[in-house]
Design a protein around this ligand. Structure first.
Ligand SMILES: C[S@@+](CC[C@H](N)C(=O)[O-])C[C@H]1O[C@@H](n2cnc3c(N)ncnc32)[C@H](O)[C@@H]1O
Length: 361
C-alpha cells in the first residue's frame, strides 16, 4: 500500500512510467490539458511586462535572475523571449522542469545553457539543486496543483457508552487514504491525535464522509522559493485555488481532477501513469507559510499588466489589413481570442495569482 501522496508521486513522476516522465504535457495539439502559456503568445507578452516591472522596481540591476518552476517544454520562456522585454540584457532565465522528455524539448526553440556574453540567457535544470544561490523572482504557472499531497477523510464513529447506558456518543475522527497501486483500491487508516487536531483546524466544519488535502510539499516548495529570493525578491504563483474549508464542503471530484488527451480522466487511483492528477491549491495552507502580498484573479492581474491595450492594438492591426491580411495581422487578431480565454472567469481568468514580496505598483 502507498500513502496517497506517494501514489501520486509515482503516477506522475516515476521514471519510465510516470505521466509527466513519459507523454504527459500541457499544450493544444500534443498536450493533455491547456494552460495559459499554451493558449498562445499573449500570456508571455504580459509576463514579460511583469518581469520588466519587477526589474524596474528593483532599480534596473545589471543582472536580473528569474527562475521559472514547472517550465514544461519552455512555452512561457519562448513567448517571453519573443516579447523582447526591456530587461532582456540583464535577464538570466532559469527553467526548472522535472520531466526529462519536456526538458529535452526546451532546446528546440530556446538557446538553452549558452552562458557568457551579453543578452538574455536561458538555463535548464532538472531540479532546484543546480540553481544559483539567489534569485530575484521565482515564477510558477500551474506547478503547485501537480505537487503530491496527502488525502484525508473525516469519519463519524459511534462509541458505545460505558455504563451500560443505551446512549451512544458520536465521535468524529480523521483517516488517511492509502492506495493499492496494483488495483487502485483505497484503504483508510486512522491518524494520530496531533495530526487529527491539525486537520480539524483546517476544516472545523467538515462533516463525516468529506475529504480534504494536506499540501505539505507545496508549502515546503514555497518555503524554499522564499529562501531563494530572500527579503528583497518576489515569488509569484498562478493556479486554481480555494481554502481547505471550501474543499471540505465539496465532493472530492470537485477539487481533485484528472486529465488525459484534453478530457477529464478517471478516478485519481485508476491506471497510474496514464493521466494527470491535479488538486486545487489550498490558499490557507500556503498562507500558513507566509501571507501573500498579492492575491487576485488572473484576469485582474492581466488587466493591471495592460491586456486591454494589447487587445485593442491587435484589433486595430487586424482591421487595418483585413482586406489583405498577412501573418502579422492574423497573429494580431488571435490576440482577441487569446485574451478571452486568459480572462474567462469560469476558466483561466478565475485562477488565483499569489505573490509574496512584490506588488505591481
Ligand atoms: C500543469 S504542468 C504546467 C506546465 C507549464 N507551467 C504550463 O503552464 O504550461 C506542470 C509541470 O510541472 C512539472 N513539475 C512538477 N513538479 C515539479 C517540480 N518540483 N519542479 C519543477 N517542475 C515540476 C511537471 O513535470 C509538469 O511539466
Amino acid at each position: 500500500m502507498l500513502r496517497f501522496d506517494e501514489f501520486m508521486e509515482r503516477a506522475l513522476y516515476e521514471q519510465e512510467t510516470g505521466f509527466f516522465a513519459t507523454s504527459g504535457q500541457a499544450g493544444a495539439a500534443r498536450g493533455d490539458f491547456i494552460t495559459s502559456p499554451e493558449v498562445g503568445p499573449l500570456f508571455g507578452v504580459l509576463v514579460a511586462e511583469y518581469l520588466d516591472r519587477c526589474w524596474e522596481r528593483a532599480g534596473c540591476p545589471p543582472t536580473f535572475t528569474v527562475v521559472e518552476f514547472a517550465a514544461g517544454r519552455g512555452a512561457l520562456a519562448i513567448s517571453v523571449r519573443a516579447a523582447a522585454p526591456r530587461c532582456a540584457a540583464a535577464l538570466r532565465y532559469h527553467l526548472v522542469e522535472v520531466s526529462p522528455s519536456l526538458r529535452a524539448r526546451q532546446a528546440e526553440h530556446l538557446p538553452v545553457d549558452h552562458g557568457g556574453g551579453a543578452g538574455l540567457h536561458f538555463f535548464s535544470h532538472a531540479g532546484a539543486e543546480t540553481l544559483p544561490q539567489q534569485a530575484d523572482l521565482v515564477f510558477a504557472n500551474e506547478l503547485l496543483d501537480n505537487i503530491p499531497f496527502r488525502l484525508f477523510e473525516r469519519s463519524g464513529e459511534r462509541d458505545s457508552g460505558t455504563r451500560g447506558e443505551e446512549t451512544e456518543v458520536a465521535r468524529a475522527e480523521w483517516r488517511e487514504v492509502w492506495v493499492n497501486p496494483d488495483d487502485g483500491r483505497e484503504t483508510l487508516e486512522r491518524v494520530d491525535r496531533t495530526l487529527a487536531e491539525r486537520l480539524d483546524r483546517l476544516a472545523p466544519e467538515a462533516s463525516p464522509g468529506t475529504r480534504i488535502p494536506l499540501q505539505e510539499r507545496a508549502g515546503e516548495w514555497l518555503r524554499r522559493a522564499l529562501d531563494l529570493v530572500g527579503p528583497d525578491g518576489t515569488v509569484t504563483v498562478v493556479d486554481y485555488a480555494r481554502t481547505t474549508a471550501e474543499m471540505a464542503a465539496l465532493h472530492q471530484n470537485e477539487w481533485v481532477r484528472t486529465y488525459r488527451g484534453h478530457s477529464r480522466g478517471g478516478a485519481p487511483t485508476e491506471a497510474p501513469g496514464t493521466q494527470d492528477i491535479t488538486v486545487d491549491v489550498a490558499i490557507d495552507q500556503l498562507e500558513a507559510v507566509g501571507g501573500p502580498s498579492v492575491n487576485q484573479s488572473q484576469s485582474e492581474w492581466l488587466a493591471e499588466l495592460g491586456i486591454a491595450g494589447l487587445v485593442d492594438e491587435g484589433r486595430r492591426v487586424w482591421q487595418a489589413s483585413a482586406a489583405a491580411p498577412d501573418l502579422f495581422a492574423i497573429r494580431a487578431r488571435s490576440r482577441v481570442a487569446e485574451a478571452e480565454a486568459l480572462t474567462d472567469p469560469s476558466g483561466l481568468g478565475g485562477f488565483r495569482v499569489l505573490s509574496w514580496g512584490g506588488s505591481l505598483e
